[in-house]
Design a protein around this ligand. Structure first.
Ligand SMILES: *[C@@H]1O[C@H](CO)[C@@H](O)[C@H](O)[C@H]1NC(C)=O
Length: 291
């Protein structure tokens, strides 16, 4: 048995290292085969030969079995080597893929951070715009309410305007006393502040009023008017006519009146004013603005 073990060690020893050499395995197996076919060559010792003869068949059978096993193991080893190589190749491929993936991931991370920066910028811009929008909304609604207020004020603002002419009847006057001129042709009378029955304009609200009159005279008559605010004379206009032609004068005033104040024109005694269908003599006025 010791011989068998020795042989085994002898065979397996080079076999283990034979895994590294390509041609090591089959070469050694060939040697064993030669050895097995040739049989033992040492025939010197009688006793040894005797012992050998008894044990030889068993040993050779075992050696053959071992040889077969070795051959089998070598084949298996080859397979495993091939598989290991294949696996290594795959591992290398996977490593390469991993590196590529890492590069890709890094690139994506960079892109993502760029996008994040952009997003942050957009978000802050959006917030700014929202604030601006809210501000504009506030200003818009305040403007709208201001407009409403102004529209209401404007609608509430009193409208006062009148325009009249004196008569169709030719000369008015001369008389012995002053008389109030009653402008009877009322063309415009917004707010009904002028009364043709009295010839008086009555201010409906406190405000600044613009008033104007044109006086026409005919023939060789003196032409003149007094302007009255309530019972107070505030203006006297007259003109001495020279020829037979019609003559005119026009004047106007801007007065601050209280509601209820009255304005009218008087014809002084011994004077005359002329009018017919041509509207030579007129009296008009309007509210510039309330106070
Ligand atoms: C007098 O004025 C009224 C109102 O403006 C007008 O309708 C009329 O034609 C005028 N008369 C003449 C002769 O222009």
């Amino acid at each position: 048995m010791r011989v068998v073990l020795g042989l085994l060690l002898l065979l397996l020893g080079p076999c283990g290292s034979g895994a590294q050499g390509e041609d090591g395995g089959p070469g050694e197996v060939g040697e064993i085969n030669t050895f097995l076919e040739a049989g033992p060559r040492d025939e010197g010792d009688e006793q040894t030969e005797q012992t050998t003869k008894q044990t030889t068949p068993d040993i050779w059978a075992e050696v053959r079995a071992v040889r077969d096993m070795v051959v089998e193991l070598q084949v298996e080893l080859r397979n495993m080597e091939a598989r290991v190589k294949y696996s290594e190749g795959q591992v290398n491929q996977l490593k390469t893929e991993l590196i590529v993936t890492k590069v890709h991931v890094e690139q994506l991370q960079r892109e993502t951070s760029v996008q994040e920066i952009r997003l942050t910028a957009i978000e802050s811009k959006t917030r700014d715009l929202e604030e601006e929008n809210a501000d504009l909304q506030t200003r818009l609604s305040s403007s709208e309410s201001r407009i409403d207020q102004l529209e209401r004020k404007n609608a509430e603002k009193p409208k006062v305007a009148f325009y009249t002419a004196l008569t169709e009847a030719g000369n008015v006057g001369p008389y012995n006393t002053d008389i109030t001129l009653k402008y009877s042709k009322v063309f415009t009378n917004i707010g009904n502040a002028y009364n043709p029955a009295t010839g008086f304009f009555t201010a409906p609200v406190n405000g600044v009023y613009y008033l104007q009159f044109t006086v026409c005279g005919s023939k060789k008559l003196y032409m003149a008017v007094f302007l009255y605010k309530n019972n107070q004379r505030i203006m006297y206009n007259h003109k001495v006519k020279e020829g037979g032609e019609l003559d005119y004068f026009t004047n106007s005033v801007v007065l601050e009146l209280k509601a209820g104040d009255e304005i009218h024109l008087d014809l002084p005694s011994d004077h005359a004013v002329f009018d017919d269908r041509n509207n030579y003599s007129t009296f008009s006025g309007s509210l510039l603005f309330p106070l």
